[in-house]
Ligand binder design. Sequence first.
Ligand code: GLA
Length: 762
Amino acid sequence: MPIFFNEKTKVFTINTQNTTYAMMIEPYHLLTHLYYGERIDESADLTYLTNAGSVGRPAIYPDVTYDEFEGGAGKFCPHARLLEYSGFGVGDFRTTSLQGRFSDGSQTTDLRYHSHKIIDSKPSLEGIPAVYANENEKAQTLVITLKDKVCELYAELSYSIIEGHDEIMRSVRIVNKTGAPFMIDCALSMSLDIPRKDFDVITFYGKPNNERYVDRSPIRHGKTSCESTAGLTNHFSNNSIILCETSATEESGDCYGATLVYSGNYSVSCELDHVGRVRMALGISPTGFCWKLEDGEAFVTPEAIMSYSNKGLGGLSRGFHNLIRYNVCRGKYKDARRPVLINNWEATVFDFNEDKLVEIAKEAKDFGVEMLVMDDGWFGHRNWDNNSLGDWFELKDKLPNGIPGLCKRINELGMKLGVWFEPEMISEDSELYRKHPDWCIKTPGRDPFRGRWELVLDLTRQEIRDCIYNQMAKILSESPVAYIKWDANRYITDAYSLSLSADSQGEFFHRYVLGLYDLMERICKNFPDVLFENCASGGGRYDAGMMYYSPQIWCSDNTDPAHRMKIQYGSSLIYPVSTMGSHVAYSPNINTFHPASVLTRGITAMAGTFGFELDPSLEDEKSKKEMLIMTDLYKKHYFTINHGDYYRIASPYEQANAMSRISAWQFVSKDKESALFNMVQMDNVNDGADAIFKLKGLDKNKNYKLHMYYDERNDKIKPFTPWLEQKELGVFSGDVLMKAGLHLNLFRGDNMSALIELEAVK
Ligand code: GLA
C-alpha cells in the first residue's frame, strides 16, 4: 500500500515510485512533518527525525508541564517544529497556513490531529479544477483531519497520489461547525517544512511579451514570495516555485517543486528561518481575501501539485509534464493530434473580411495548415480595440454570411475554423453595456480603471455567465467551429460585486475564478469536440488551472524566436510543451524587428503547439517551401514532441562561450526509438569551434541514424539569406551520443539553427 499509517509509531507514510513523504502524530496530537525525499524502504523507522530545532525565546504548547519541558525544550515549541499545516497565534511565527476570525473577533487557531482516513481514489474538488486519475490508474488519498483545540473548526488535509507519478496533490477543506461564522483571512493549499538550507530558489518573472523568465537565486533568510493580486495569474510572476540544491543541474541534485492548479490571486513563497529550515507555502493570496464561512459550511482551497526529484531540474520537470498533460489536461485533444493552424492576428489585426480569411486559409493550406483561426474583430462593430466586447454576434461588414458562411468556405477547403472570444470582458461602447451598465466590475461611487478600454464582467453572477454562455453556444451550435481562442486582455481592478453582502466582498476574487471555471466547464461539457486555447494578452494566465479546460495556452504575444527561447525554456520547468501555444511568424518579427530563418522560427514553434501567424501572400516561394517542410516535420514527430520526454540541453539564459549563446533541447519518444535534437545559435560570429552537445535520454544500446536540417548561409543564391539544407550525419550509438556528444560546427550568423532527427536502426 503506497499510503499507510503505523499505529504503533503513529507515522503516516506516502510512497510514490521514487519518493517518500512522512508525518507523525506526536504527544498532544501534534501533526509534525518527518521527511520528504528519495524513496525509503517501508520498514524504516523515521521517528528519530522528529528532533526539533532550537528557538530563542519559545512559546510552549499550553499542555506541557514544567517538568516535561525541561526534558524536551524545543520539542514543545511550535516555532521549533516541522509542521504540516500551521495555525495562527499559537507560537509558530513562520508563514501561517490558516488564519481567520471567530465571531468574538479572536484569531487563535490551534490545530491538532483529530482523525484520518485513507481512500482508494483521487477525489475531484467541488467547483474547482484538480488533478484526476484516468480510468486505468490506481490512486490513493490520505485525509488527515485537524481540529482546533477548543472549538469545532476543522482543517482536512488531503494528500493524493496516482500510480506511475511521483507528484503529491494537496488541498485543504476548512469546515466550520463552531455555531457561528468564521472569517477566513488566509487558507493555504499546502505548507512544506524542509530542515535544510543549501538551496537555490527558482521563481518566474516577466511582463507582457516576456513571460516566465527564470530567476534562480540563492535562498536568503526571510521570505521570498511571488503573488498575484490582479485577479488572474498575471504576467509578472507564476504560481509555481522550485527549491533546488545549490549544486543541482538538469540531471542531478535534490529539487522540490510545487505549482497551483488555480488561475486567480495566489501567493507562492519560501521562508528560510534563523536555524536553517525552509518553509515552502502555496495558496490563494491572502491580500484582499476574506471568506465568510457560515456555520455548517466548508471552504475548499485550490489544489497544489508538489513534487520531489533527485534527478535534477530535468527529472522534476518531466514529472510535472507527465502529470499535467495526462492528469490535468482533458478532452479529445489531450491525446489526438491537434490541427496545425494559422491565426490572422499578426497578418491583418482588425483589417479583414471573409474573402481575406479564405485567401489566407487557401494559401496556408499549401504549406500543410489544417485550420484557420479568426482572431479579434469579427463581432459587434469592432474595428479597433475600444468597443463591442460582450456583443458576440457577427459584424456583417466583415462577415456578410456570418460565421456559418465563413465556416462553410473554410470547411470546403478541407480545413477547420477556429474563433477568438474574450468572454469575460465588456466594452463601454457595446450593446451589452448599454443594456446592462451594472454588469461590469466596479466599486460603487468610483469610476473604474480601464485596461485596454475594457471592463470586466462580474462572473460571480449567474445571469451574466448565462448571457455570455448563450451567445457563445449560439455561435458554436450554428456551425462546426473546431477551436476557441479564449482571451482575457486586462487585470481586475475595483473588485466589488453587487451580488455580495458588505461582509462578503473579500470573497470576490475567488468567486470570480469559480464563476469563470463554471462558465468554461459548461462550454467544455456541451461542446466536447472544440479545442480550447487560453490566452491573456499572451501568457498572462498560464497555469495548471486553465489547462484543465484548455490543453494549450498562447505562451506570449512575443513571436520572436530569440525571446521565445527564454519564455518557453522558463515555462518548460513546470509545463509540458503540449500546452505552449507557439507560432511561426514574420521575419523580421513584428515585435522586435529581428530576422530569423524559417527553420529557427519553425523549431521554436515546434517546441510548442506549432502553427502560423502571418499572411502567406507576403511570403516568397522559398519560405513557403520551407514552411511546408517544417509543417511536415511537425506532423511526423508530433507524438515524440507532445508525448515523449523533453530534455533541456543548453540554456538560452547562459553564455555558451565568450562568443555565442545557444539554446538547445531534445525530445525522446517513450520507447526511445526516435528523438529530435534542436538547437538555435542565438548570437554568434563564426569562430570555427565545434559546439558539443551531450544528448540525453537515449537508449545507450541502440544505434541511431542522424539526419540534419540546418541553416546554410548561401550568399551565392541570394545574399545573406539562410537556406534550409539537409544532410545525413551517419549512425551513432546512444552511448556515444550521450557521452562524447554531438559535435556541430557553428554556423556563421545569429538565429541560425539545426534540427536533427534520430531514428533507431537495427
Ligand atoms: C491579445 C492576444 C493576441 C490577440 C489580441 C487580439 O493581445 O494575446 O494574440 O488575440 O489580443 O486583440
